[in-house]
Design a protein around this ligand. Sequence first.
Ligand code: ADP
Ligand code: MG
Length: 292
Amino acid sequence: SVPAAILSGLSAAARGGVLFKGGAALETLADVRAFAFDKTGTLTTGKAVVTAIRPVEGDEEALLSLAAGIEAQSEHPIAAAIRSAAAERSCTPRAIADVTAHPSEGITGHDAEGEVWAGNPRMAARMGADISLGSLSDLRDGAATVVYLGRGARLLGAITVADQPRETSRAGLDALRGAGIARLVMMTGDRRPVALAVGQRLGLRTEDIHADLLPGDKVRLVDALSRDGRVAFVGDGVNDAAALARADVGIAMGVAGSEVALQAAEVALLSDNMERLAAAHRLARRTVRIIR
Ligand code: ADP
Ligand code: MG
């Protein structure tokens, strides 16, 4: 049977908005040596806003309408930003069929004229589109996330999207550091300049900021961290599910996170407050001290 201390630990955690699927996860969390965090929607609000619309062909309206059509069904924070920018300008999304999500790359679909896509440089490369060409080349090293848009190998333009760290991310990470967690790591599918800008604001060490990752890369980095002790992974997206499952403790953002992430995780954060995560970690340690 489950020790009374664990049961009361679980219910205290639940009152603080942190749901554990079982007592084992609470015990494991107490032993964690490294915390790895996804960026978009985890350390950042995921409430991104569109900061620039840069057509290569046609006008801003047409580019935004295409982007909103491709992103119509996506639950990615980037998609929500693009849809609200379109709504604000009363710009009707284009009808796009056969939409397919490519985690950590972007989205593809079809309209009457053929294949269209939205995504990062990797997606552009997959389509044979050259993003170093002409008017968009200045976007590559900026601190905003760039969503390239294209039709087959033709680059149609780019939309930049910016996201802010959660107000509580810095304090939550500092509290974990204060509790003796030396390894605090960021793992993101976003590009390096964006990852560095966010990571440095949160006090992460440059060597602990990993960018341009595919879902499988996050898993490999979790494995590498595991060599030095137990690892917790905190994430929100479909692209985090494998890393959440592989970590000793998977912790999903429960409110705005994806269903897939929640299922892969042992712990759900019902509040977006990162200080609650640090509090749950302290609680796990106190609980384990009672039973061991
Ligand atoms: P993170 O790991 O920080 O949560 P993701 O792996 O979800 O980020 O996304 C990584 C990158 O993949 C994004 O920065 C974006 O360039 C691209 N991407 C992913 N999903 C989409 C989408 N729905 N639309 C456009 N780009 C996307
Ligand atoms: Mg994410």
